[in-house]
Design a protein around this ligand. Structure first.
Ligand code: HEC
Ligand SMILES: [Cu+2]
Length: 399
């Protein structure tokens, strides 16, 4: 039988030759993978190395395990295709008839165990390092909500919301899309480089996930829970990420932008921000006494509505049936002013209608309420001033 002969004849040499070819093949694939400009330069198809020590470790780990998988695949498929082709029936191959080989069983158990342990050691080391939030230099509380991020600098009295800043026109294909389409915000999170930043992450409504690939940070934000993560950025720059947990209708519209600055630049920014926030507080306080004409309330209100309410209630005030009620013709928006103010100030728990008392100034709430009561044919003629909003808030704090 020629097949049989082939198997026995010079088997050793052939296997040796075969293995050198396989080794050569592995080496050339490895070489290609690491040096080919299309693969190494662009990183277009691979994960990013990022800009932190941890993200570099995660990248190395990913590559290590990738190449182990490639090597295993080459060996396993090599043996498989070799056997299929060379021991085929048309060549007269006859199957060997043997059962149970303790030696083979031990080998195919021990080798994978060694490979798995070899992979688990570096993976565990990196994971433990990623979880170690101790010895941080500053803490930022990150809160997800539908559909924006809120950042609060722990112990610094600085906090703000960060909302998508891509215009509705770009989204509706009425304007050309910018370079950072859907990856740009009004207020980026500002962080210093070279300092360990601890994140405490939570949510106001549903589960979101704060993900910045360049930092290798991706953590769920869960209502009622606080998760932790940390980063230490090496290079100044703008780093972009997204919410990575399907969180409802505008899930794709809550990007993350981190502006990493030199340390002294950051300190200056923080100091300026504190002054700016103090001034905004004073201005809001002063505005409580303002009596604005209807036109001005309507125009401020329209802008607030477009920026903050239209994502749910829609520009035309018709809402989304089954999810978000229409404001046009709504009983609340055409009924008692205090009921209307109440739902905007306090939200409605258990629904996507959030409390806007801490998100908007009294003047903005007054303006948007006036707008909703007079736009789209609601025509109540009502004018709401900041002092009216303040009265409702004060009333509640007394109760
Ligand atoms: C994330 C989605 C979302 C956003 C943003 C939002 N709302 Fe709502 N709103 C809702 C939902 C959901 C309800 C219905 C709550 C319920 O079940 O009663 C609601 C109800 C209302 C109602 C009562 C309507 C009625 O007839 O029941 C008013 C008024 C209102 N919202 C005003 C606003 C204003 C003003 C803003 C912007 C400052 C705003 N909403 C932003 C989701 C949203
Ligand atoms: Cu989200």
């Amino acid at each position: 039988m020629p097949g049989r002969q082939f198997l026995n004849q010079g088997r050793g040499e052939r296997l040796l030759k075969r293995s050198t070819t396989i080794r050569g093949l592995c080496a050339s694939i490895l070489y290609l993978g690491m040096t080919h400009p299309a693969i190494s330069a662009e990183q277009k198809f691979n994960m990013t190395k990022g800009v932190t020590d941890i993200s570099g470790q995660v990248y190395e780990l990913h590559m290590l395990i990738f190449w182990i998988c490639v090597a295993i695949a080459v060996v396993v498929f090599g043996v498989m295709f070799y056997s299929i082709i060379n021991h085929r029936k048309s060549k007269g191959a006859v199957a060997a008839h043997f059962h149970e080989s303790t030696k083979v069983e031990v080998i195919w158990t021990v080798i994978p165990i060694i490979i798995l342990v070899a992979m688990a050691i570096p993976a565990t080391k990196t994971l433990v390092a990623m979880e170690d939030t101790t010895k941080s230099d500053l803490t930022v509380i990150v809160t997800g909500s539908q559909w924006k991020w809120h950042y609060s600098y722990f112990g610094e009295d600085v906090e703000f919301f960060s909302l998508l800043s891509t215009s509705a026109k770009q989204i509706d294909n009425e304007e050309p899309k910018g370079a950072n389409y859907l990856l740009e915000v009004d207020n980026p999170l500002v962080l210093p480089i070279n300092r360990k930043v601890r994140f405490l992450l939570t949510s106001d409504d549903v589960i979101h996930s704060w993900w910045v690939p360049d930092f290798a940070v991706k953590k769920d934000t869960i209502p009622g829970f606080i998760n932790e993560a940390w980063t230490k950025i090496d290079k100044p720059g703008m780093y972009r990420g997204q919410c990575a947990e399907l969180c409802g209708r505008a899930h794709g519209f809550m990007p993350i932008v981190v502006h990493a600055m030199e340390e002294d630049e950051y300190d200056q920014w923080l100091a300026n921000k504190k002054v700016e926030m103090e001034e905004a507080r004073k201005a809001a306080q002063a505005a409580l006494g303002n009596v604005l004409p209807k036109e001005e309330l309507m125009s401020i209100g329209e802008q607030v509505y477009i920026d903050r309410c239209a994502v749910c209630h829609q520009l035309n005030g018709l809402g989304v049936p089954g999810a978000f009620p229409a404001i046009k013709g709504s009983n609340i928006a055409t009924g008692a002013v205090t009921d209307h103010l109440n739902i905007i100030i306090n939200g409605k728990s258990g629904t996507a209608m959030q409390a806007f008392a801490n998100q908007l100034t009294e003047e903005e709430i007054a303006a948007v309420t006036t707008y909703q009561r007079n736009a789209w044919g609601n025509d109540t003629g009502d004018i709401v001033q900041a002092s009216d909003v303040n009265a409702v808030i004060e009333q509640e704090s007394k109760e």
